[in-house]
Design a protein around this ligand. Structure first.
Ligand SMILES: [Zn+2]
Length: 523
């Protein structure tokens, strides 16, 4: 009996995601699974895609991003699928939209407007992590997986203040984390420079992680970068060791006070103690919310109370002192996006330009901007030499997280459009930092293995049919700091759960049935 395939990706160079050398083969798909890899020359198929002269690889996995809100609102997030991403692991940095209760939900929707894109009008009634992720099942072109964001958990248990958790509250935290793992999360994310979680202690985080050690949930951390890189990494490793969970560091990069050699020496010691990995985006400059500069006290009664606290004269003074202490280089920080129309003409300007045009002092201009925009201001730090990330990417513990933040009508960081184009084009093809097989492994198999995304991240018989067909000679990022809304070129076809979502470089938006992306549970 001859097999009838639903889809064959023909004559491509197959790079299977495990770091093995490529081989010429056809990939045969039935339903949502790969059922054969080899010479399928005589087989019949409902659809075939010619991949000759191109690479066929597993769909890419973005392990750190801020797509949480956009995937709720957009059926096809083309900025990402045109980089070959078929799965996004959501709810990074410990801050997101679920889990929430009726008190914390409006607080998170308000706080996250300049990071993750939802507004109060987007509330569809979810509360638990499972509820939220269910809304992304069969509603988007790409798959989603999720972390349990720690600040959401802590704020449900003890509000937004700096109180220490008591024994009862620790048990509540552990209950919520177990529940999140039951709902399919890959692990716990933290962002220890951000609100709520900046108040958590090492002991508290150990207790939190113990609740997922039997499931091998991963402790994923945007570490306390504000405290210095090595002390911050030391804490993350201690948490993993004491709680007996794997540790994954988010968007690791060299710092002015800590170079790559020092970081690698640290990692090589630490990997003896814990299962370790980290993610990188292929740019040195970063991006975050301007409200990151506010003193922590501003947030202690919750984001919705922050403006009233900020308007107090003693808090203005503290902000002024903080701005002086941070030694910010305003020439190299740009306004990427603001919420309101009135300040929209300033998008793309440096903060130095903005301050000068305002005629006010630095502190007053920035504080007034934050107040006018109800704290929703996104910035890009346009500084640092991109070559600094080459060794960080090259290390065997590194995988890829774009940390992409998206807004239409913005001058966002180009990483949301260009990360894969830049890695597979300039970094791998042109500079030969590492092999294409290794690049694909970092983008797929390694991520799936670390986060227990079973039967994903590899091209193998029986695996889910998430695949990308690209032309290595064409791979290129086009997105720039000045003009970021430019998609990556070179990705020609993308398949999710057996269904094409990109054909000949064009994203598909009208699916015959429901969109193929699923909520992918760990384990
Ligand atoms: Zn982060």
């Amino acid at each position: 009996m001859t097999t009838l395939f639903d889809l064959i990706l023909e004559h491509g160079d197959v790079i299977d995601g495990t770091n093995r050398p490529r081989c010429r083969a056809d990939v045969g798909i039935q339903g949502d699974r790969i059922v054969a890899i080899g010479d399928l020359g005589s087989a019949e198929s409902r659809l075939s895609i010619d991949a000759s002269g191109q690479v066929v690889a597993p769909g890419f996995i973005d392990v750190h991003n801020h797509s949480d809100g956009w995937l709720l609102k957009m059926r096809h997030f083309a900025a990402k699928t045109l980089q070959g991403f078929t799965t996004e692991i959501l709810m990074a940095d410990g801050i997101s939209y679920a889990p929430v209760n009726q008190f914390t939900k409006p607080q998170w929707l308000y706080y996250l407007r300049s990071l993750d894109g939802l507004t109060m009008q987007d509330d569809r009634g979810w509360q638990s992590l499972g509820d939220y992720m269910q809304q992304l099942d069969a509603t988007t072109a790409q798959n989603s997986a999720t972390h349990i964001p720690y600040a959401n958990v802590r704020s449900m248990v003890s509000g937004f203040g700096r109180r220490r958790l008591d024994d009862f509250q620790i048990r509540q935290v552990q209950y919520e984390i177990r529940k999140g793992m039951d709902e399919g999360a890959v692990g716990l994310s933290t962002g220890l420079d951000y609100i709520v979680e900046c108040f958590s202690t090492t002991d508290e985080l150990v207790a939190a992680c113990q609740a997922m050690s039997d499931r091998r949930g991963v402790y994923v951390s945007h570490v306390r970068y504000k405290k210095g890189l090595i002390p911050a990494l030391t804490e993350a490793v201690e948490i993993g060791r004491r709680a007996d969970v794997p540790v994954h560091i988010s968007h690791l990069k060299s710092q002015p006070d800590c170079d790559c050699d020092e970081i690698f020496a640290f990692l090589d010691r630490a990997r003896q103690d814990v299962e370790l990995s980290y993610d990188v985006y292929p740019y040195q400059p970063g991006s975050t919310m301007l409200n990151y500069l506010l003193p922590n006290e501003v947030w202690e009664e919750g984001p919705l109370a922050a403006i009233a606290i900020l308007n107090q004269s003693e808090m203005r003074e503290r902000f002024r002192q903080g701005i002086a202490a941070y030694k910010l280089d305003l020439d190299h920080i740009r306004l990427a996006w603001v919420q309101g129309k009135a300040n929209a003409p300033h998008i793309g300007k440096t903060l130095a330009q903005f301050v000068e045009e305002s005629g006010q002092s630095k502190a007053d201009a920035l504080l007034n901007l934050l107040i006018e925009e109800s704290l929703a201001v996104l910035c890009v730090m346009d500084e640092g030499d991109d070559r600094l990330v080459h060794p960080m990417l090259n290390h065997d513990l590194a995988m890829i997280g774009t940390d992409g933040i998206y807004y239409p009508d913005s001058v966002v960081h180009p990483r949301v459009f260009g990360s894969v184009g830049r890695i597979l084009g300039p970094f791998v093809r042109d500079l030969k930092l590492f092999s294409l097989e290794t690049a694909v492994h970092k983008l797929s198999g390694f991520a799936a293995e670390r986060f227990q995304l079973r039967d994903r991240g590899v091209l193998a018989k029986g695996a889910f049919a998430d695949a990308v067909v690209f032309d290595p000679a064409q791979m290129q990022d086009r997105s720039t700091f000045a003009d970021p809304h430019q998609t990556t070129v070179g990705i020609n076809h993308v398949v999710v759960n057996g269904v094409p979502i990109v054909r000949d470089g064009t994203p598909i938006d009208d699916f015959e049935t429901e969109p193929p992306g699923r909520f992918v549970r760990a384990g």
